[in-house]
Design a protein around this ligand. Sequence first.
Ligand code: MN
Length: 426
Amino acid sequence: MTIAINDTHDAALRSWLDSANDATSDFPIQNLPLGRFRGDNTQPWRLGVAIGDRIVDLQKAGLIDTQNVDAVLASDLSARQALRRALSAGLRAGSADRARFEAALLAQSDVALGLPCDVRDYTDFYTSVHHATTIGKQFRPDNPLLPNYKWVPIGYHGRASSIMASGTSFRRPNGQLKAPDADTPRLAPCARLDYELELGMIVGRGNDAGTPVGMAQAEDHVFGLALFNDWSARDIQGWEYQPLGPFLSKNFASTLSPWVVTMEALAPFRAPFVRPEGDPQPLPYLDSPDNRAHGAIDIELEVWLQTAQMRQNGHAGERLSCSNYKDAYWTVAQLVAHHTVNGCNLASGDLFGSGTLSGPAPEQGGSLMELSQGGKRAIAFANGESRTWLQDGDSIILRGYCQRDGFRRIGFGECRGTVLAAPALG
Ligand code: MN
């Protein structure tokens, strides 16, 4: 399962493209994330890889012979590694192929970035025990974590059609709201609009129905990770969620970042999977020596909020929280093994959301539901504004990066979305 570290991860590697060598770039030659771009919306999407402030058009560089993203996602580990090696060799300083790669470069600022693939099917998990505990406490102070949590990776099937590319605005949802002291619900714009800081896992190779994927092969079925914001209407959710779980509180919009950081690129940033003292060990189908040794991934995550007023004043926004993916309770491999244990078939382009990734400290909440304690505590900003829930005009920006001594920092770019006013009620 575990991908070896090789010369493509060497911290000393430099590109002939200067912007890739900038220490602040998310996209040095050690990263090479996959995405899709086009000049304008009359053109089909093309596959590319980010390098510095540019994109390598993969077909123009002679690295692929298709624009079918599912075919690229479905390629086996050796093909994925060969593509990474070819990119690394062509982009590194002194490459004999520089002219061919240079002819295939575009500026990221000159093109539109889309969803990295057509999201085929979407499952959202609930893998942060810190998030689950904090949210559970708001409903059940004495018994925050339900008894299945430490045994089953909890999830629900979400809706793929409303997953949007980063940079897209969406309208605040209308829905049924019922105040605790009201006799009946009413239809109104959501007043408790929230974000969820998540990672998205893009399924690479699928599996046949009836053929579970075991832990040893699980990561072979994941192409890579991107940033994911699962916008949530907490007031709609509170009224609708029992007994079958989230529905209209979740399916109006989710935002996925454009660049998929491959499992190969993440190889240097793996971390042990550990259970806290006294917690049950996973059942055998969710356990493996590889998973224990390095099933987790050390990814620093950040949420930023930019209000309309900040935007007008040229202010990039304020950071709301930081957390780390290595604090999740279940690993990528465990999610694949669990999702398929009943024979469920996954396909290239399926998306798993990690669930809100909150850290152990209260200020590490991955949603406003946590940071504002369910709307009870306002978050104040330097410009005098404050928020308990999102207002129209607010943008949420997710960022993520990996850093470790001896390796080059790699980043995920950003995942941005903006709230617009609700449509008029008819
Ligand atoms: Mn979610």
